[in-house]
Design a protein around this ligand. Structure first.
Ligand code: PRP
Length: 197
């Protein structure tokens, strides 16, 4: 439980650091096994920035030869309208691609990514997401590997942010009082990091 100075509940741990370690280890081994017969290394595609913590741990749990590239995309503000801020440096034609996401929420981002990458003629295309918030889905989208299904709560930590903060929290926290956090974006800082502001 994470409370503010007045004792009001602001958030709680949804997935502990230990659970993350364990699940990501299992997922990494499972995915590595499914790619072990390939003649060329799969290409992991990380979607900046939230997926980077998951990516780093997942890759180290995959004991196979692999390659890595990054994309950065941004929403135009309208649902499903997305633009590429940073594209891949790799020619993905004929490659086995694994999109690495931290969270699938409405599915709009992943839907766009999958469509875009399919047009580049990869040999295969799969997705792994650490978190699946299926209750929020607007478009159905294929997700081959999932770490955790989570309820419709706002989450921060292990790469996920609120206004750029809290990515470095080692656990995933569910924010109970989002209005309180919006009012005071630093409200979790003292509780998490124990520093005076
Ligand atoms: C998050 C996440 C996904 C997307 C999922 O990125 O990394 O890319 O939102 O949401 P959707 O399913 O509703 O499209 P975000 O835009 O928060 O950027 P960040 O990773 O840089 O924090």
């Amino acid at each position: 439980m994470i409370e503010d100075d007045a004792g009001r509940l602001v958030g709680r741990t949804l997935v502990s650091a230990a659970s993350l370690r364990e699940r990501v280890g299992v997922l990494g081994a499972q995915i590595a096994e499914s790619y072990s017969d390939l003649t060329q290394p799969p290409l992991l595609i990380s979607v900046l920035k939230g997926s980077t913590f998951f990516l780093a741990d997942l890759m180290r749990a995959m004991s196979i030869d692999l390659n890595l590239d990054f994309m950065s995309i941004s929403s135009y503000g309208s649902p499903g309208i997305v633009r590429i801020l940073k594209d891949l440096e790799t020619d993905v034609s004929g490659r086995d691609l694994l999109i690495v996401e931290d969270i699938v929420d409405t599915g709009l981002t992943l839907n766009y990514l999958r469509k875009t990458l399919r047009q580049r003629d990869p040999a295969s295309l799969r997705t792994v997401t650490l978190l699946d918030k299926a209750a929020r889905r607007i478009v159905p989208v294929e997700v081959e590997y999932k770490g955790f299904e989570i309820p419709d709560v706002f989450v921060v930590g292990y790469g996920l942010d609120f206004q750029g903060r809290y990515r470095n929290c080692p656990a995933i926290l569910a924010v109970r009082d989002i209005a309180r956090l919006a009012n005071d974006p630093l409200v979790l800082v003292d509780q998490l990091y124990g520093k005076a502001r």
